[in-house]
Design a protein around this ligand. Structure first.
Ligand SMILES: O=C(O)CCC(=O)C(=O)O
Ligand SMILES: [Fe+2]
Length: 260
């Protein structure tokens, strides 16, 4: 892996001498993402971190990154969300923003971009070796500007979840969801069509979302599969154990379709 990292860096910056090494260090710093609201950095540098990505084999275009945010980064993100005071009133459990997103969401979006950019390269290298294709997020989606311009923050109390749905068509392909606080199981079921209606029972793919994880949905995962979180008693089981439910917060980032 270290060799692969060296290859990527060499491809990007050329061979390094001692002085070029210094230049590289500066570049690493220049990629450091700053939280515009409170000046604190949420992530390290683009080259500082490699994440553990899992391709969900049953569903094309579904990727899970379990270690996307460290516990410290999760706390910072939570406190940025708390400062918005969206959930101060007990009646509100969802906040939506379109267009210009809060600084912390812009920063989160940059961190997602950087994590994909770096790890896509590694995934490509690794898949070359294994002779398989792997793409965490398609390049055309990764380089659109902005990557995301719509934000939903959902707050779920124990027992609360979200019904099976495909995200609205007014949003483009390529959706990112970051989970905070409580673990939960998200279930995916294929959108019904003539061929799979015969399948009894329909295939249901469970995915454990732990605090700090990121999922990416694109292509088939975004258009041909419904996702849901059923937190009613009995439905949140993982490896035979019922998950201990706490409050859960999720941050969903999407891009609105152009209207012209
Ligand atoms: O809370 C989640 O993890 C999922 C949210 C979601 O699917 C949505 O807002 O469309
Ligand atoms: Fe959704």
């Amino acid at each position: 892996m270290e060799e692969q990292l060296k290859t990527i860096l060499t491809e990007a910056f050329g061979e390094s001498s001692d002085s070029e090494g210094e230049e590289q260090q500066q570049l690493v710093h220049s990629h450091c993402v700053e939280n515009r609201d409170n000046g604190e950095a949420l992530t390290g540098s683009v080259f500082g971190e490699s994440h553990d990505w899992e391709k969900i084999s049953e569903i094309d275009g579904l990727w899970l990154c379990k270690d996307f945010l460290s516990p410290d980064q999760q706390s910072k993100l939570l406190s940025s969300i708390q400062k918005e005071e969206w959930f101060a009133q007990s009646s509100s459990n969802q906040a939506m923003r379109f267009g210009d997103l809060p600084g912390w969401a812009v920063e989160l979006s940059s961190s997602i971009h950087e994590a994909i950019l770096f790890d896509n390269c590694v995934a490509e290298l690794e898949s070359c070796e294994k002779g398989k294709e792997a793409c965490i997020f398609p390049q055309d989606l990764l380089w659109r500007k902005p990557l995301f311009d719509q934000l939903i923050v959902n707050m779920y109390r124990p027992g609360e979840g979200i019904c099976p749905h495909v995200d609205l068509m007014r949003f483009e392909d390529g959706i990112a969801i970051v989970s905070l606080e409580s673990s939960c199981v998200m279930h995916f079921t294929r959108v019904e069509n003539e061929t799979c209606r015969d399948q009894d029972p329909p295939q249901k793919v469970p995915l454990l979302l732990i605090p700090g994880c990121l999922i990416l949905m694109w292509g088939e995962a975004r258009y041909l599969w419904k996702h849901e979180i059923n937190r009613k008693p009995g439905f949140q089981k993982w490896e035979g154990q019922e998950i201990d439910q706490k409050r859960r917060i999720s941050v969903t980032l999407r891009k609105l379709c152009c209207t012209d």
